[in-house]
Design a protein around this ligand. Structure first.
Ligand code: ADP
Ligand code: CIR
Length: 372
């Protein structure tokens, strides 16, 4: 059975993290609004800080575990993580405001999951010419419902979660059947190749590092590949689980359908995922809550990306542009990662439709600028 992780060893804080909530908050307060634009800075008022600074979750998670990354990395966009699933209740005073602001909703009334009917999607290849979209990827995150998130996890927790996950993944059949590769023991060369090919994660994100995302690295982490490498699972990266469907080209219909099939099969595997009424599926970062779904294309848009209004163009369509090696990376050769920005307050099907419409608008605009 799934082990209850809370109340065992308390938060897995390292010695170097002696900074109290007060010291961290002082750093945030000192930062001017021109040097720090995070949602944490905007919503963690003095009054809210005072109300929350001494609270503790049943996993022994504290406010400092949630805000450390955003107070040290003042260039954060969000700046706050949930130390465990209960943080969404214990620290709701600040987290609810951050969630509403990020996902652009007035109320936290996320709908029940709805992936739509994949036999009647109404979309397929977004770039039949094959000239613009390099690859397409859809991912969702899931958390085991009886464990905390990275700041409160122990090495043993991660190893136990890994065992439960691999057992479930080994029940997958058909195109989804594959093999799990633990990071421990994987050569540096293989890791680099898999990362360069956009399959594997690494421990290079300073935001996640300060949030304690890399404690006991690489223990308990790994990657599952289907035999054709189109369905993957990341184990204990930022979230306990990330289910990913990806392939070359622009066929969003195929990529999405594969992910939905995987979700349907995994629902029968016995894993229980953390979910809360009004918030949907719970994740470490509040930006991923709800559907947890990020549908993206790597797309060549040198003309549009060079315009001064590129960000505003994306914002208007609720899409986000990232570099091609993941969040906080740069574009290479005019290729950008374009994805839906909102994950909460809409269904999975609506989130993927928001991305599709955004990508279609991006293609139209790029063609217009190129004079085609
Ligand atoms: P996420 O939060 O969705 O996991 P990241 O921005 O951290 O996203 O990206 C994770 C990895 O997935 C990176 O290696 C990135 O290059 C890769 N990736 C994202 N979208 C695509 C895509 N459409 N095609 C190929 N690789 C992708
Ligand atoms: C930030 O605030 O910029 C980082 N903590 C990342 C936020 C969103 N991305 C994520 O969770 N991967």
């Amino acid at each position: 059975m799934y082990q209850k992780a809370y109340g065992q060893k308390g938060a897995a804080r390292g010695d170097k993290d002696k900074e109290s909530a007060q010291e961290l908050f002082d750093k945030l307060k000192k930062a001017t609004s021109s040097e720090c634009h995070s949602l944490l800075k905007k919503h963690l008022t003095e009054e809210r800080f005072k109300a929350l600074k001494d609270k503790k979750t049943k996993f022994n998670g504290r406010l400092e575990d949630c805000i450390r990354s955003g107070c040290i990395n003042l260039d954060s966009g969000v700046g706050i993580y949930a130390c465990d699933p209960e943080a969404y209740t214990t620290f709701a005073l600040v987290l609810d405001e951050v969630i509403k602001d990020y996902h652009k909703v007035d109320k936290l009334d996320h709908p029940e999951p709805d992936f739509g009917d994949t036999s009647k999607l109404g979309f397929g290849d977004l770039d039949p010419s094959g000239n613009m979209i390099v690859s397409t990827r859809v991912r969702i995150g899931r958390s085991h419902d009886s464990y905390g998130f990275p700041p409160v996890l122990t090495k043993e927790d991660r190893v136990n979660m890994e065992k439960d996950t691999v057992k479930a993944l080994n029940t997958l059949t058909g195109d989804l059947k594959g093999k799990y590769y633990p990071l421990e023991g994987m050569t540096a060369e293989t890791q680099k190749q898999l990362t360069d090919d956009h399959f594997l994660f690494n421990d290079h994100d300073r935001f996640l590092r300060e949030a304690h995302g890399y404690q006991d690295w690489p223990t308990g982490r790994g990657i599952y590949f289907s035999d054709d490498k189109k369905f993957l699972t990341w184990v204990n990266e930022e979230d306990h689980l990330r289910f990913i469907s990806m392939q070359s080209g622009g066929n969003l219909g195929e990529v999405y359908t594969r992910l939905v099939n995987a979700v349907n099969q995994l629902q029968k595997s016995g894993l229980q995922f953390a979910k809360r009424k009004g918030l949907g599926y719970l994740t470490f970062c509040p930006s991923n809550l709800g559907t947890t779904l990020r549908a993206s294309v790597h797309i060549k848009i040198p003309k549009l990306a060079a315009t001064p209004d590129f960000k505003a163009f994306c914002d208007k369509l609720n899409i986000q542009a990232r570099g091609i090696h993941g969040e906080h990376t740069e574009s290479v050769g005019g290729v950008y990662d374009i994805s839906n920005k909102r994950r909460l307050g809409l269904t999975e099907f609506e989130a993927v439709q928001e991305m599709r419409k955004g990508v279609e608008a991006v293609i139209t605009e790029e063609k217009k600028l190129a004079g085609n």
